[in-house]
Ligand binder design. Structure first.
Ligand SMILES: Cc1cc2nc3c(=O)[nH]c(=O)nc-3n(C[C@H](O)[C@H](O)[C@H](O)COP(=O)(O)O)c2cc1C
Length: 376
């Protein structure tokens, strides 16, 4: 059975294909009386939208979102707020060019999902990849815009930290640079150098992979569960569920394999009422803000690796759906590095996991975790 629903208490179901009339989602479980307008959601969608630079696909989708249900004007404030009922969000598809796909209609694009869809369903919408198209992720970004409002004080942001062999210089990390260059890169000077690099990749008819880092600040300690719904496991699943993602790590991740215990374990100092709301102070954050599947109150840090776009001009060996060998060269409008637009998608998925766990935590233990009150 297919599964198109994310989450437990904060839950959304996405619908639609790349070349159908519309895509969208129904968000269920959002608490009532949270201020919400289409503009709040649009500002996040605009960050993911295609066609904003020569380094992303040239499809021109405005991704204009409509809220079809679940909001009402609060008489007390005059503001539009959530009502606690299902919120339906719809985004019309307006820039499909299905003929771009007629040439590869019966051929399997190596690295794309056509073969596995046929192996499973015996039919698939080949236009734009159908349900495997990253257009579906617009609905996740829209749901994420709502999720961001659920955990009080939560701030989720992300950046591209690697394209091909180019890695960010962490000593020059500048969050304020991220919104000012076409790569979501946290350093303006380095981003400029990447333009020449990516132009080269694009002009050679190829594509390139990337790594994205997402960070959540303002996460209260206590979110998560100790065994089958560990916060890190749920974040990994949510990020791995984004199209083209092939690897996820939390905190120091794979680098921990080369570390010693004394270098990895985050040391602690006594609670500091002024700077840390009376909670213990951690001297480092190798854990990425999660211990035992439960948030520590430190920033949550996750990275995910995105493979290079499979639709490239360079011919690749494949077969068609009748079993004959063929070559596939993909024309049409594709992202030369899908990692760029994956930044707001990763942020959205992290926000959704945190909103879901926040509501589940509140349901089980109430508004605040018992520590440190029980020690008074
Ligand atoms: C933001 C984003 C944009 C994407 N754009 C394209 C694209 O233009 N062409 C393409 O072939 N794949 C693109 N993809 C990747 C496919 O959606 C994905 O690789 C495909 O569904 C194969 O499945 P996989 O997720 O197992 O790799 C994109 C992925 C993301 C996250």
């Amino acid at each position: 059975m297919s599964f198109n629903t994310f989450g437990h208490l904060f839950r959304f179901t996405t619908f639609g294909e790349s070349h159908g009339p519309a895509i969208g989602c129904v968000v269920d479980g959002c608490p009532p009386r949270i201020p919400l307008t289409a503009a709040d959601i649009q500002q996040e969608l605009d960050r993911r939208r295609p066609g904003q630079s020569r380094f992303t696909t040239q499809r021109q989708e405005p991704d204009a979102v409509k809220i079809l249900s679940g909001v009402f004007t609060d008489e007390a404030t005059g503001k539009q707020v959530t009502t606690g009922t299902p919120i339906m969000l719809m985004i019309e598809n307006v820039d499909q060019r299905s003929k771009d796909y007629s040439e590869i209609k019966d051929k399997y694009r190596p690295g794309h999902a056509g073969y596995t869809y046929d192996a499973k369903y015996g039919i698939h919408d080949y236009r734009g990849g159908g349900r495997a198209s990253a257009r579906e992720t617009a609905a996740r970004v829209a749901a994420g815009a709502i999720a961001r409002k659920i955990v009080p004080g939560l701030n989720v942001r992300g950046a591209l930290v690697q394209i091909g062999e180019h890695k960010v210089d962490r000593s020059k990390w500048d969050w304020s640079a991220v919104g000012g260059n076409p790569f979501f890169w946290p350093n303006s000077a380095q981003a400029k150098e990447l333009e020449t690099y990516l132009d080269g990749v694009r002009k050679s008819g190829s594509s390139i992979g990337a790594v994205i880092e997402v960070v959540a600040e303002g996460v209260p300690p206590g979110l998560g569960a100790p065994v089958y719904s560990k916060l890190d496991a749920d974040i990994a699943a949510a990020l791995m569920g984004i199209n083209a993602v092939k690897g996820v790590e939390i905190g120091d991740g794979f680098a921990t394999a080369a570390m010693r215990g004394e270098d990895n374990a985050d040391e602690m100092r006594k609670p500091d009422a002024k700077t840390n709301e009376g909670r213990p102070v951690f001297l480092s954050n190798h854990s990425g803000g999660i211990l035992g599947g439960i948030s520590t109150g430190q920033p949550i840090v996750a990275r995910f690796a995105v493979k290079p776009t499979s639709s490239i001009l360079k011919p690749r060996k494949s077969v068609d759906k009748y079993g004959a060998e063929t070559d596939v060269s993909t024309t049409g409008r594709h992202d030369p590095c899908v990692g760029i637009r994956a930044v707001p998608i990763g942020e959205a998925m992290l926000a959704c996991v945190l909103a879901d766990h926040y509501l589940r935590h509140r349901g089980q233990v109430g508004e605040s975790a018992p520590w440190p009150q029980h020690r008074a």
